[in-house]
Design a protein. Sequence first.
Lengths: 282, 312
Amino acid sequence: MNFANIRREDASRAVIVHAILLTYTLVALYPIFLVVINAFKTRKGIFKDPMGLPNADTFSLEGFTKVLAKSNFELFFYNSFTVTIVTIVIVLLLAAMAAWALSEYKFPGNTVLALYLAIGIMVPIRLGSVSILNLVVDMGLVNTLTALVLVYVAQGLPLAIFILTEFMHQIPKDLKEAARCDGVGEFKIFFAIILPLIRPAVATVAVFTMIPIWNDLWFPLILAPGDGKQTITLGVQQFIGQYVTDWNAVLASLSLAIIPILILYLIFSRQLIRGLTSGAVK
Amino acid sequence: MAHSGPMTDWRKAKLPVIAFLAPATVIYTLFMIYPLLDSIRLSFYATPSGGDTAFVGLDNYRTILADPDWSATFWNSFWNNMKFFAVHMLIQNPIGIALAGILSLPQLRFRNTYRTMMIMPTMLSVVIVGFIWQLILSPVWGVGADLLDIVGLKSLFGPWLGKEGSALITLSFISVWQWVGIPLMLIYAALLAIPDDLVDAAIVDGATHFEVFIHIKLPLVLPTVAMVSILTFVGNFNAFDLIYAVKGALAGPNFSTDIMGTLFYRTFFGYQLQLGNPHLGATVASLMFLIILAGVLFYLFAIQRRLARYQL
């Protein structure tokens, strides 16, 4: 075998590999692309030339105008943002505190407590919905964002504590010892030294906490289905249920839900993927 | 992983340790563990019309599993859920593994771009994904037929989501389309952790990249494949959003897309003329819990223990 042969083999192999990858990329992206381009067309354009890009003849924003006039999308976005951000901040803080206690201090029941807090990684919180609703009714929190935040914090904590405990084991001993020798208190060690150190793990935890919350339909449907407390996912679901035959409005509402996520995703995809593949740094 | 255990004796810092652990433990216990246990408790109670709630033992389970009105619905949703899971195991996970294998080939260009694009559907809400595909597969719009026409298969197109025989399979494929990103990412991460020298040695000995993947890499990432499988199982037996968004709580046509999650919702909240019943709802949730528990225990004791973990 000479070098020319090897190079030709390599080249044809590369073509096959890229053909497979491109095909799958197309399968993954084309449906999203199709919905977004059609949202910017007239009704006629949507049906006459579904696969064409909007042009001078077919371009129209009537779908968006209708959605913004007939539904409360800004409010739904605001609700989703509030719930997601507040939940992430609480989960990060509480999980970091718990993870620090579990990884740093020797106390009776340490392992048992760590296992107890890990149950929620495998058991879906939805299965407790009947009692969660009773609880929320008893607390007078039906149709409030607070109810969603409390449930999502409980849902996000187990995995966050697990990831952060693993991470805190890697914090060098000398750092803590030095602080202790200087007589720094335990609270101050955590808040002034440890908390700033977990920044690299924050992205990972935030991703795992954020995506399921932002996309959830179940708990908004059960705990906060009305009174202007709908999240964007529930808002879109209700809107489309109502305007199912109005293609412009349906396509526009879907695009409004997709585009912000896509933009955020493209900006943060690097950190996000690093988070998802953490542990395999190479 | 060989990290040392906890270092500091807590007796020197009782108050901080309690203060660090209490908030997370309290919220988690109140909103996760207590509701799970309380749901199981509620499944042993019933409220007869006009009467007071009373302990009824296993009556609710007898109703769901054996009462002619309920058992057919329950077993229908159970077997539908098994089919839903089977499609994910047979289609989603192999595609995820294959794509991860290709993406981890040495010297591949645009690796990160492909990866970013391929997992994009995974980031979207299940509800949004359900509606996207409902539109594309709608015979009214006809885009689905046009797309099949490009590959010369237009004659195959039909109202798949509307037909009893094909609705569940179609929804399973939509779900696969969305969730391929999970096995893709997890297995890709595991493949990256395999040391280069192991692969290089085989290549120098004349093995092709395909052989290296099948005989060296795949056996090394089997623990991750098993973990992906159990995540798929738990996710599938807890699914609800997609069916609800596309088919509503009635999971039509004629309950052909009914899975455990939609059955739980209908039992709990009621639908059409049937009133919601929290106790029967809690019973369905408890049965789902048992199914998921059985899957997780099977994974922990029968699978994970037998898979050799190679120290790399």
